[in-house]
Design a protein around this ligand. Sequence first.
Ligand SMILES: C=C(O[C@@H]1C=C(C(=O)O)C=C[C@H]1O)C(=O)O
Ligand SMILES: [Mg+2]
Length: 467
Amino acid sequence: MIKTDRVSLEAQLNQLSFLNLENDPYIAIIQEIDPVDPIDVYAHYNHKKGERFYWSNANGDTTFVGVGVCDELAVHATPQRFEAMQAEIDKRRQRIHVLGDEVDGTGPIYFGGFSFFNQPHKEEWQSFQENYFVLPKQLLTVKDGRYFVTCHMKLDEESTVANIKTFVEQQLREIDAVQPFRKQQSHRDAIRDPLTYVEWEQLIESAVAQIQSSPLDKVVLAREVEAIFDERIALEDVLHVLTDNQQHSYVFVMEQGEDAFIGASPERLVSVEQNIIYSACLAGTTSRGETLDEDDLKAWQLLHDEKNLEEHRYVVKMIEQAVQPLCDNLDVPDDPVIYPLTTIQHLYTPVKGELTKGVSLFDVLSVLHPTPALGGEPRQEAMAFIESNEPIERGWYAAPIGWFDRHLNGEFAVAIRSSLVSGQTARLFAGCGIVADSDAEAEYDETNLKLTPMLDALGGQQDGHDG
Ligand SMILES: C=C(O[C@@H]1C=C(C(=O)O)C=C[C@H]1O)C(=O)O
Ligand SMILES: [Mg+2]
């Protein structure tokens, strides 16, 4: 329901008659609404399958649900793809009229992702374009406890104030009709790992051999596991479990056609708000303990483990060197701390800076992707190794996923702890950082640890939410 103490829709629309609506401009109409559960909203729009997205950030202050397609920005695998994406949004920026209070996170928000390799997708990733962002017709924003709906429309000669009003009212009525969704059960039938353990061992051993004998210092290698269910995977159920169970994580879904990419990633790549930028170095992994004492011990061991510290240091060094030239001030602590997740813990070094005037979010993405937490060090050698040895198609896995607004504020996570879902089948991805003294079995166990939360969420585990 529209909050009555806000500017009325009528008053907002009256402003339209004063606008010069040439060149097919877009309009965004923002209304503050009463609280509504974002996952219920997501589930309500089941009839818009293939045109939905969901995002909540790791500190929980921002959630988006997007439905429908008002505008798309797509860039093919061109050498300067981040710059090219910025050029796309630059073309739109002056052409979007915003009506209503543009609180951060409301108004025109483009959501999407970039592919890991700057290459066209094949096979199972075909429904996803390499570098693709969508401006939804309707956006629900939950920001610092306030709820907003932004309706986006592309105007043409046929558009009148009356039909814009009808469109907005219809969207608001739909939100009013949202009911708590009923959780379904899907059961995991079979799990297929296309890579046998022996093949994994060979892959890791050849990486270690290359690291010991060439300039390559670290390479991140991933496995793909396929899980088949006895019915269609209900994305809202998976979302529910992920948001309930995965603390300190970015929870995301992007639907494209019949497919969806879903995950709960702990790893921020970059966020930009005004001129403040945050990034994160996250690499080095162990499990959580069963008891507090065991948990503390595991954390202490991780903080003192030379192999994990080495994995971590490459990331810190590279991120620091990459963003330093773009910042006036940069703060990178000397030592990592623990980043605790529900069943896993990582080594974590936060990065904060002030962007030099004129530097944009896309400039930062362009220097950061892929960091040695997802690619390796040196970057070129690592990327070449992955390309010729890793037997999976990464698609959007381990690549930037997130959003930006027309002021080029935005936030991107790296799409790990994720799965490509298609009907009854889910392909899950998990990788780990290989360094000179990596052990194939320990790395295999580490990927299993990283796969478990997603497998459990997909498997429809009971979590007490029956709608
Ligand atoms: C590549 C992944 O995770 C990355 C690898 C880590 C490691 O090897 O310790 C830790 C965090 C992530 O940066 C993944 O989860 O798929
Ligand atoms: Mg590791």
